[in-house]
Design a protein around this ligand. Sequence first.
Ligand SMILES: [Zn+2]
Length: 464
Amino acid sequence: MQRVFVLDNQKQPLMPCHPARARQLLDRGKAAVFRRVPFTLILKERTGGDVQPVEARVDPGSRTTGLALVARYPRGDQVVWAANLSHRGQTIKKNLDSRRAIRRGRRGRKTRYRAPRFLNRTRPAGWLPPSLQSRVDNVQAWARRLQRLCPLTSVAVETVRFDTQLIENPNLQGTDYQRGTLADWELREYLLYRHGHTCAYCGGLANDPVLEREHVVPRSRGGSNRVANQVIACRTCNEAKGNALPEQWLAQLRASHRKIDTTRARNMEKVFAGLRPSLRDAAAVNATRYATGRALQTLGLPTTFWSGGRTKKNRSDQGYAKDHWIDAACVGEAGSAVRISRALRPLIIRATGHGSQQFCRMDKFGFPRTKPKPRQATVRGFRTGDLVHARVTTGKKQGTYQGRVAVRSSGSFNITTANGVVQGIAHRFCRKTQSADGYHYNFGGCDSSPTSAGAAGRGILAGI
Ligand SMILES: [Zn+2]
């Protein structure tokens, strides 16, 4: 069960409570709904209360970031709240690309001579492309929001996919990666990155999803455990190569006329040559993650930074399925023992942005296609993205709808509910339950929007 956030009457966060307890508080009139998503109660009388340490754990990803709040009870760590936060990097990139294309077209037209400008092309230190910066901003915004709703005491964030420091360490060639199993996981992550998550021999031609660490010169034939002697290979190739020395296998491959063997032979030469991306690329991969780590430090909480190898090991050791929020829960040293209730469903958050700033739409030639936008994005007190509760009493659309509203200047709105979009709901039937905040919400796999009538608080609780 996802727990419910609780604030005291001074808006200070208390320990999140069980939904059953929240229902009790609401029924007895001791609390009121403070926020719909994430569901938060505010107590009417009590000030202060016992709090235990709560750690926010973050697993930043390129498309989706996992968030987990882990309560550190004396009896052990437990996930009390989790979310998958989807970013809109692709949308931002697409929008900027189209804007750039239109502008280039307009400037390139034969109108008059424009001197090239080149002195205004500087970027501040730590600049990230807008699509990547948006990821950092999303994570920071949510961390700040969670800090207001839950008594956070520390933050743990996965900043690197694998431990570059260790890999850059020259001693690595010797023994650093032979110690203990954690190092093995870091190495696996590094090798996966080095070979682009595909088989180093067949390049994915065997269509085998199982990727394994492979010793180029087999251990049984005197091959070393050094990084240089290891690659990522699919199980099919691994078994095909078996115990052969690389030279022997290459001879076999050259003798064969199968397509996959020709590919393998070609790739073997690369493996021999030791071709691989430099570690400088690895640092670029991690740039956004480092920026996320720095952004989280601004919360003013003790922040620890961890690597992806450790997260994967923790998750695998505990037998949890792969998901962004579960990875988040397993971040860090303490992530090796964390209880996740089976009933816990993450909140699915999708960044939607705050609408376009464009004054009017363009046609393909870069000329205005629509009338200028009205200055007010608010229609009859509603904005696109507001969460609304609509109770339609007359007409064909009779019923109760709850979801995200898209306003139309006509006053006839569209509402995105858990069951799809309902069009043409008049503004007079709508009641705003939460203002637009740039995110869209639903709950992992279950119906979040209670469409049936009933106590609004109850309905929301049932969906958590
Ligand atoms: Zn393969």
